[in-house]
Design a protein around this ligand. Structure first.
Ligand code: SAM
Length: 279
């Protein structure tokens, strides 16, 4: 007998396909760009990511989970901020890279799972997810897991790509991504080399001219090493799924997950930092 898929189950299976492919893409990415160094992994950048809601010193003695840890740069920032214990969640093949990069392994539990599988400990002070939820086609179960693992009064802080402030960039990158998310790793790496020097020129021009994304170019990208700038180009072109959130969607992500006292910041005019509290 022929079986027909309903629209809903078609949607579900394309979610799962995108989710699995994106995790695989990141596994490949982190096996290439393995190390954390310089400004990219510094407490200075962490302060910039947390601004204006938190400071690294607020995290002293706290129990914290990070969803989507990649190579562990945020985990190490949390350890440098004197967190009591960190749970690092990473589903990709990069799990071994994460493990080997951690600065104080005795204070970290690494979990090789997706964010929705985070155990409901119920007593964590913070959950962070930096640059991750916009790569998950159905983020609601991850937000729910973050809610369940926090203590009442605990906070969930996420950083997301923004739609507002990225108009011209999106007009250029979206057509390019149709191709780049499909090409093999070695071709993508060559393309990154081609794009690297125009990016350097663009950053330099931002000193004189009010180009789009100027704030991000001068406050963040210019401070990165050449290797990390290459990683950032690769990171924009590689993952199968990437969503750019409007301010409304970014707030709704947390309010739909039952978080309260939601506050939002338009970081460097191109992305959203959102924080909510578990009542
Ligand atoms: C852009 S990286 C961010 C890594 C890290 N937070 C940082 O800022 O350096 C996104 C990470 O999210 C992970 N990821 C993708 N889908 C996920 C999911 N469903 N649950 C948890 N992590 C996921 C990827 O494997 C990848 O390591």
């Amino acid at each position: 007998m022929k079986r027909y898929q309903t629209k809903e189950s078609e949607g579900q299976s394309s979610f799962i396909r995108y989710k699995d492919k994106t995790i695989k893409d990141f596994g490949e990415q982190w096996l290439t760009y393995r190390n954390n160094e310089g400004y990219y992994s510094s407490l200075k950048l962490f302060s910039d990511i947390l601004f204006p809601f938190l400071k690294p010193e607020d995290l002293k003695n706290c129990k914290i989970a990070e969803i989507g840890s990649g190579t562990g740069r945020i985990v190490n920032m949390l350890l440098e901020s004197d967190a009591k214990h960190v749970w690092a969640i990473e589903p990709s093949e990069a799990f071994e890279v994460l493990h080997s990069n951690i600065s104080k392994p005795e204070k970290v539990t690494c979990l090789n799972m997706t964010g929705d599988q985070l155990p409901a400990y119920g007593d964590l002070d913070y959950v962070f997810s930096i640059g991750v939820l916009h790569h998950i086609p159905d983020p609601a179960p991850v937000v729910e897991a973050a809610f369940k693992t926090l203590r009442p009064g605990g906070h969930f802080l996420v950083w997301l790509y923004g739609k507002e402030g990225n108009g011209l960039y999106l007009a250029l990158i979206r057509p390019l991504r149709v191709l780049t998310k499909r090409i093999p790793h070695f071709i993508l790496s060559s393309l990154v080399e081609i794009m690297y020097w125009p990016l350097v020129l663009y950053i330099k021009s931002c000193h004189r001219l009010p180009f789009p994304l100027r704030g991000y170019m001068l406050s963040v990208l210019e401070k990165m090493s050449p290797e990390k700038r290459r990683l950032i180009i690769y990171d924009q072109l590689n993952p199968s799924y990437a969503k750019y959130y409007t301010q409304f969607e970014a707030k709704k992500l947390l309010s739909d997950g039952k978080f309260v006292n939601i506050r939002i910041h338009h970081r460097h005019g191109y992305s959203w930092t959102v924080i909510g509290t578990k009542p």
